[in-house]
Design a protein. Structure first.
Length: 402
């Protein structure tokens, strides 16, 4: 991993700046909720009749998933073609894998017929490879401590990195944030002659929504605020295809946008599956805030109660101590509120990527935790309700369940 945009900028400059040829764009950064917010935005705009491109990461099964149109990944053949074009364009310049894939996405969308592209940052914002684009709207999801080895040791420092996607004079939106985070974002926006607009959390997630979980009120609320702003400013934003909705009322467009968001889906976001005739859950909770959101959703879920197995796999350098201490607290809450036991299973799913069992077991203070290898975990030996959680790299091994 390299945290420096200079090599990629040089490649773009020496090849005529293809990043300036992409359609109008939204740029999304944040700690939690980026993927869900992008999924809501794609589904909402698609329902309105637009062709919406998206660049997201990481993938679940294959790299071509990272570049999609209207929620459908481009083919592996097309992906391979544009990846090779990016490699050839880089020439002797050494780019990281993520930079090459980002360049491939830029080349693809600069030649495509989509009306808008939504870009999700990979890590941070200011020096993320996606930040070579100039968006028409910058979007920031909830910010908390994560990737501190790269982004900073305090939430203020991390917020400053995320604020790097805010551009001079470009409208910017943020979900509600802690005060110190909001102040960092607000001041950064002010210094760039733009206003930071705050979204409102939804009061509740509609019953018919595919993506549930109380935490989605934040992400869907942010997507709706951005969507409404875009609906009212298509011409100013230069969005192609705006004639498709020009004759519709704002109320009609908002209704369609919400209908689209109802059908948004994303692997591993409090995703319920039927496992051994029991309602079980797959959720990507890769940091402490994500885990808290997952546990709160479970405690509020009327379909979940009694004994459960939790299977967790953590990637480095996540804060394993804080995460696992919260697991211990959750066990007490579950026993009290749901009248059941929690059986903990830790999976060291990758020798290089994941924390080893010996590095985590000491934090399960007062509770039993069992080590399970990936093959055993994928054989699904559990007989009751099961929750599979942790790093997206871990839960992606269970995509065959959905």
């Amino acid at each position: 991993m390299r945290y420096d945009l200079t090599p990629l900028r040089n490649v773009l400059k020496s090849n005529g700046h293809p990043e300036k040829e992409i359609p109008p764009s939204l740029h999304v950064a944040g700690t939690n909720g980026k993927g869900s917010t992008v999924a809501f935005l794609v589904a909402g705009f698609t329902k309105l009749g637009f062709r919406i491109g998206a660049y997201t990461s990481p993938h679940v099964d294959d790299y071509n998933e990272r570049i999609a149109v209207n929620g459908h990944p481009i083919s592996k053949k097309i992906y391979a073609s544009f990846y090779q074009k990016a490699v050839d364009m880089a020439g002797s310049t050494k780019l990281t894998e993520f930079e090459v894939i980002t360049l491939a996405a830029i080349l693809y969308f600069s030649q495509s017929s989509v009306d808008m592209v939504i870009w999700e940052t990979g890590l941070g914002g200011r020096l993320d490879a996606t930040n070579v684009i100039t968006p028409n709207i910058s979007v920031i999801t909830p910010i908390s401590l994560d990737h501190m080895d790269y982004l900073g040791k305090t939430v203020e420092a991390i917020a400053q990195e995320k604020a790097g996607i805010i551009k001079e004079g470009v409208p910017a939106f943020s979900s509600p944030q802690d005060y110190v985070v909001w102040e960092v974002l607000r001041k950064d926006a002010l210094s760039k002659n733009t206003r930071l607009l705050k979204s409102n959390d939804l009061k509740k997630i509609p019953e018919q929504s595919v993506m549930k979980g109380d935490f989605q009120k934040v992400n869907r609320g942010l997507a709706l605020a951005v969507g409404k702003f875009a609906m009212e400013n298509y011409d100013m934003l230069g969005i192609k295809g705006s004639e498709k909705v020009r004759n519709q009322s704002t109320e009609a467009m908002e209704q369609l946008f919400n209908e689209g968001m109802d059908n948004a889906s994303l692997f591993g976001r409090y995703q319920k599956i039927n496992l051994n005739d029991c309602i079980s859950v797959i959720d990507a909770a890769h940091n402490i805030d994500g885990l808290v959101s997952l546990f709160n959703a479970m405690l509020m879920d009327p379909e979940m109660s009694g004994d459960i197995d939790v299977v967790i796999g953590l990637s480095k350098p996540s804060d394993r101590r804080e995460i696992l201490e919260r697991c211990v607290e959750f066990q007490t809450e579950w026993e009290r509120d749901k009248n059941g036991r929690v059986r903990w299973n830790y999976c060291q799913f990758d020798d290089k990527l994941s924390w080893h069992f010996d590095a985590v077991k000491s934090y399960f203070i007062g509770v039993d935790v069992k080590s399970v290898d990936l093959d055993d975990a994928k054989s699904l030996p559990w007989i009751g309700q099961t929750v599979i959680t942790g790093s997206i790299y871990f839960i992606s091994h269970f995509s065959f369940l959905v």
